[in-house]
Design a protein around this ligand. Sequence first.
Ligand code: 13P
Length: 252
Amino acid sequence: MALRPYIVGNWKMNGTRATLAEARAIDRAAARHPAVEVALAPPFTLVMAMAEAVQEIAVGGQDCHAKPSGAFTGDVAAAQLADAGARFAIVGHSERRTLHGEGDGLVRAKAEAALAEGLGVIVCVGETEAERDAGQAEAVVASQLAGSLPGAEAGVERVSVAYEPVWAIGTGRVPSLDDVGAMHRAIRAHLAAAYGAAGAGVRILYGGSVNAANALELLGADEVSGALVGGASLTAESFSAIIAAAAQRVEG
Ligand code: 13P
């Protein structure tokens, strides 16, 4: 793996203060594998407590608002995330695109807001099953990237992309390694076109049903520089195995 692997857990709408014990155990696992960069994105309610509970791993938000402040009931600004101890934000997750109607332009604005506050950003893209069946997967992802990647001047070195095929999320189904590699190569080419030489340093994470049993294989696919993990990031037992798989990929 050419870039330092980045293993990120997205806890989605799971976790309470009782779950911080898992985060501490994940933090200890991360300390055993310094070659791997590990992060967790808990619900907003846990960002501050988790950031205080861990040492090795970064804590981030699962979303942020595009505006710095204002009358936006229920939303959280990037500056507020940073103030709570977050170091990055996920934007454009398919659950937000679908369930909250977020389009590419809004995702890009959120990414740029996060970067402007000094946060890292993980921009999520991915096709639906119908789009893949129609042979449109690469075109859909290219269009999402064109619309939602932050501008080149915004801080490319803090940008990561997560490729999460919607049909693989929470289903136990994953694309073939060939399909993962083909999509990640296409994303790499897009990043080079968008960002020039800096595009080579952007990590491209695979997400969708990554678990302890398939992580080593998925992390070996072409241009995969990490994983965005949902369900299997909720316990230290399964997430630590994924961190260890990433370490094995680096250390050989
Ligand atoms: P699962 O790992 O549960 O499939 O979720 C993937 C995901 O959506 C991470 O953002």
